[in-house]
Design a protein around this ligand. Structure first.
Ligand code: HQG
Length: 183
């Protein structure tokens, strides 16, 4: 599959599996899973060509491994990033000392006022490296990287999760745990 088509299919899958399953008339279960057969049939019914081979390719070649099959390969879900109410079942784990969050400079004043909020998603998304944070921030404008004092948050009772595709998640980050990475 062409890279362009792969990206298009990935974006469409992300929309359906994270934000709007109703768009093609499917329902996610409480952990975000949908049957692969049901999904492919629903896509086909809406006149879009997307066979099992193409789905496998999107899951395997996705740059951030955004999607996963269950152990039987018969169900699929997004590993994180949902706005629809699902419980992905991640268990709290100990984070590294510091984590990073990429944002745009225009949000900084608000963020240092009220902390990092999840917005329409379930969690604030964090990474273990600043480079990823720069990329995420660039999507919103002029990037700024925030350092999150994760170990201190943990000590103060905040929970952290790591998605199957390696994104760190926490419910919110109060401003006292944030500092801006110079540069
Ligand atoms: C900002 C991508 C003002 C926050 C990425 C961000 C990520 C505030 C924006 C994943 C704020 C929300 C998520 C506050 C937070 N005041 N602005 N108090 N608190 N914000 O897209 O983290 O490619 O919902 O800094 O890699 O940018 O989709 O979150 O700029 O992991 O797989 O509000 O999306 O992954 O934006 O991105 P988003 P995000 P995928």
């Amino acid at each position: 599959m062409e890279n362009k088509q792969l990206v298009k299919n990935s974006k469409f899958l992300a929309l359906v599996l994270r934000h709007d399953p109703g768009k093609i008339g499917v329902e996610l279960d409480e952990a975000g899973w949908v049957s692969v057969d049901v999904l492919l049939a629903a896509i086909k019914a809406r006149g879009r060509q997307f066979d099992r081979g193409e789905l496998d390719q999107v899951v395997a070649q996705n740059d951030k491994k955004r999607f996963e099959f269950d152990e039987t390969g018969t169900r699929i879900r997004a590993s994180q990033g949902h706005s629809v109410p699902v419980d992905l079942g991640y268990v709290p784990i100990e984070p590294p000392e510091a984590l990073y969050h990429g944002t745009a400079t225009r949000f900084l004043e608000s963020i240092f006022g009220e902390g990092l909020r999840p917005g329409s998603r379930h969690h604030v998304h964090l990474s273990t490296d600043a480079e990823t944070a720069v990329k995420v921030g660039t999507r919103h404008g002029k990037p700024a990287v925030l350092v999150v004092a994760a170990a201190r948050m943990l000590a103060d009772g905040h929970e952290f999760f790591r998605s199957t595709n390696g994104v760190w998640l926490t419910e919110q980050v109060p401003a006292e745990y944030l500092s801006r990475l110079p540069g």
